[in-house]
Design a protein around this ligand. Structure first.
Ligand code: AMP
Length: 144
């Protein structure tokens, strides 16, 4: 199963901000959209960084509430691991596990962000796969 099959189910598209956006406004988007991470992109949609709720907690923990006035470009992770639509879901799981993060942006051939796969998407996909296999097994066993 590929990343494309997950995007087909959840839809393409990304929630992105620019590097000048203040952390307090990033928090608002995270809360309003009920998401755990936001991509930081240039005007062409290419990824410059990623900011997750963990980064916000870390920044506030270290600097106090004044961190919320920082531009997100000073807080985000700049070295972002990505995948493409042709990658397998298992390879995305490996990236998440090795990098200890829960979001992997999907990029096209021009490195433009076209989606984000979260660990929740992967788990949902895996559960559906296991249920399908169980159903196939039940049907195989009950066939006379
Ligand atoms: P998360 O588990 O996604 O909340 O992220 C945990 C940490 O990893 C945070 O510092 C994120 O900025 C960072 N992070 C999240 N996704 C990625 C990614 N795809 N590549 C590199 N770092 C990431």
């Amino acid at each position: 199963m590929s990343v494309a099959s997950i995007l087909k189910g959840k839809g393409r598209g990304v929630i992105a901000e620019n590097a000048e956006t203040l952390l307090v406004n990033i928090c608002k988007v995270l809360g309003d959209k009920k998401i755990g991470a936001i991509l930081i992109t240039d005007p062409d949609g290419r990824i410059e960084g990623i900011i997750s709720e963990r980064d916000v907690v870390k920044a506030v923990g270290q600097q106090g509430s004044s961190a919320l006035d920082l531009p997100v470009g000073q807080v985000m992770t700049k070295s972002v691991i990505t995948c493409t639509e042709g990658d397998s879901v298992n390879s995305v799981m490996s990236k998440m596990s090795e990098g200890r993060f829960r979001h992997v942006p999907v990029v096209d051939q021009d490195q433009v962000a076209v989606g984000v796969i979260s660990i929740g998407d992967v788990v949902k996909h895996k559960i559906a796969q296991v249920e399908l296999e169980a159903e196939q097994m039940r049907s195989y066993i009950s066939t006379p």
